[in-house]
Ligand binder design. Structure first.
Ligand SMILES: [Fe+2]
Ligand SMILES: [Fe+2]
Length: 298
């Protein structure tokens, strides 16, 4: 049945992250999204699309043709230098932001909606490692040898200027100051690639009981909490007064209400993660979380 006039007139907000479009299967699913169904809608992509700037450019251009508005923050994969001749990852970051401007893809706060309005606020970030103390989301993993330093691609594939090496995350968070200093006259949905809170890394008993997903630790020697995010992302989203915060990075999807904020991850993840049931098949498509007729759906 064709949508009613009202349905067709809705402005919807869709979110997704960790789309890893170097996997043909992921790329094809997203490029197959309708060219006409989303022309009034907004798509928010919370990082980890590809480390190739060329692939990212053509993908974002395709999404910008399908959606009225696309917002993007780079994840860690975007800043890998494997297929780039940048001296360091920060140069690449700035070039990607310029590329977004060029494509009409937004990386600064945007308001959407007509019947009801909403502000979308991108927060750039990285992670604080265990050495950064309480800003880190680090949790000890007992009883296994920690091989994170050998296993984590960022340690081999990114390079940073010596001036920010000691606090990469702090450098990115500082870039958010102008977004934090503004007044927002409608509810705020903020988004970051990295995690803002330690407890979001772990599933709860209730979540495991209510879900058919596979919660097994597939890589016991890898301690994700070393590279997960920062408590300072949390401080920033609280100072914004966010109603919803969308994040990605872990490929373990959750939706939780904590002290008035809905934290939501909707990572598409790798095809193999969907096959083994770590990520739900439904996450292969963007999730509608708000529209300007019904308000929040989460
Ligand atoms: Fe990812
Ligand atoms: Fe990531």
């Amino acid at each position: 049945m064709p949508p009613s006039y009202q349905e067709a007139a809705k402005q919807r907000l869709f979110v997704i992250s960790d789309i890893h479009i170097d996997y043909k299967e992921n790329r094809e699913i997203l490029l197959a999204l309708s060219d006409t169904d989303y022309i009034r809608d907004t798509l928010l992509i919370a990082g980890d699309a590809t480390d190739s700037a060329d692939i990212l450019r053509s993908f974002l251009a395709a999404m910008a043709n399908k959606f009225a508005k696309v917002l993007f923050v780079p994840g860690n994969h975007e800043l890998w230098l494997k297929r780039s001749d940048h001296t360091h990852s920060l140069d690449k970051f700035h070039e990607l932001i310029e590329m977004c401007v060029d494509l009409g893809v937004d990386t600064t706060p945007q308001s959407i909606g007509s019947q009801q309005r909403l502000w979308l606020v991108p927060l750039f970030s990285w992670y604080h490692t265990a050495e950064h103390g309480e800003r880190s989301l680090f949790l000890e993993k007992k009883g296994v040898e920690d091989k994170t330093h050998e296993m984590w691609g960022d340690f081999f594939a990114t390079k940073w200027p010596s001036t920010i090496e000691d606090d990469i995350c702090g450098h990115f968070l500082e870039m958010n100051q102008s977004a934090l200093g503004r007044d927002y006259d409608a509810p705020v949905v903020s988004f970051s690639h990295f995690l803002p809170r330690q407890e979001l890394m772990l599933s709860t008993e209730a979540e495991r009981a209510a879900s058919r997903l596979n919660f097994k630790d597939l890589h016991p020697e890898f301690n994700f909490s070393r590279v997960a995010g920062s408590t300072e992302i949390e401080s920033q989203l609280r100072s914004l007064g966010s109603r919803v915060h969308v994040y990605g990075h872990q490929h373990r999807n959750r939706q939780r209400q904590i002290e008035g904020v809905t934290y939501l991850s909707h990572c598409m993840g790798y095809p193999k993660e969907r096959k083994v049931g770590v990520v739900d098949e439904a996450c292969a498509h963007p999730l509608e979380i708000w529209n300007d007729q019904d308000g929040f759906l989460v």
